[in-house]
Write a protein that binds this ligand. Structure first.
Ligand code: IMP
Ligand code: MG
Length: 191
C-alpha cells in the first residue's frame, strides 16, 4: 500500500504495525474535505449525529470540529467483531434505549463499513423505532470487497482493500484505538 511518507514515532504500538496505510496528516486533510461536503449537504437543516461507539470516537471528534453547523451529538454502542479480525455476522446492541430523533435529520457516523451488517441493523432499527425525517451515513473507511448487504455510505473518507486495520479509533481486542494513524498489524500480534 502507501509507503510511510513521514517518519512515525517508534513506540510499542507502532512497532506492532506491518505497514502504515494512512498517516494522520492524510486523514486530517481528507476530513477537511468531508466536513465541507457535510456542511454543504446539511446547511440550513438542524441535525443529530449518531456516533457508533467505540470505533467512531476519534473520527467523530476530529470531523465534527470541522463542521460549522449547529448539530447535536448522540451515540449508540454496537458490537459486531467480537474480538476477531472478521465480522462475526452477529450484531449486538449494547444498550436498551436509542436516541430520541423523531422527525429529525440524522447523520450516522462509523469508523468503517465492512460487511455492512452493523450499519444496516442500526439504520433499520432507527427507521422502525425512532422515525427520523432522514438518515445519512458517513464512514471514514469503506472496505467494499467484504460487503454482504446493500448498504452504501453517503460520505466516505477512504476506500481500502479487504484487510484488517487498526488505529484512529479502530481496534483489535480493544487496543490500538489511540494510534493517530491507520495501519495493519504484524501477523504475530494477531491471535
Ligand atoms: P460490519 O458490520 O461488518 O460492516 O462491521 C463494522 C464494524 O466492524 C465496524 O464498526 C468496526 O468496529 C468493525 N471493523 C470492521 N473492519 C474492521 C477492521 O479492519 N479493523 C477494526 N475493526 C473493524
Ligand atoms: Mg465499531
Amino acid at each position: 500500500m502507501m509507503p510511510a511518507a513521514v517518519p512515525i514515532a517508534t513506540n510499542e504500538m507502532t512497532d506492532h504495525l506491518e505497514k502504515v496505510l494512512l498517516h494522520e496528516t492524510t486523514i486530517l486533510s481528507r476530513l477537511d474535505e468531508m466536513a465541507a461536503e457535510i456542511t454543504r449537504d446539511f446547511a440550513g437543516k438542524e441535525f443529530t449525529v449518531i456516533a457508533i461507539l467505540h470505533g467512531s470516537l476519534i473520527f467523530m471528534a476530529d470531523l465534527l470540529r470541522r463542521v460549522h453547523l449547529p448539530l447535536k451529538i448522540e451515540s449508540v454502542s454496537i458490537a459486531s467483531y467480537h474480538g476477531a479480525t472478521e465480522s462475526s455476522g452477529l450484531v449486538t446492541f449494547n444498550q436498551l434505549h436509542l436516541p430520541e430523533v423523531k422527525g429529525e435529520h440524522v447523520l450516522i457516523l462509523d469508523d468503517i463499513l465492512d460487511s455492512g451488517r452493523t450499519l444496516e441493523a442500526i439504520t433499520k432499527k432507527l427507521e422502525e423505532e425512532c422515525r427520523p425525517a432522514s438518515i445519512k451515513v458517513c464512514v471514514l473507511l469503506d472496505k467494499r470487497a467484504s460487503r454482504v448487504t446493500d448498504i452504501e455510505a453517503d460520505f466516505v473518507g477512504f476506500k481500502i482493500e479487504d484487510e484488517f486495520v487498526v488505529g484512529y479509533g479502530l481496534d483489535y481486542r480493544g487496543h490500538y484505538r489511540n494510534l493517530p494513524l491507520i495501519g495493519t498489524l504484524r501477523r504475530e500480534y494477531i491471535e
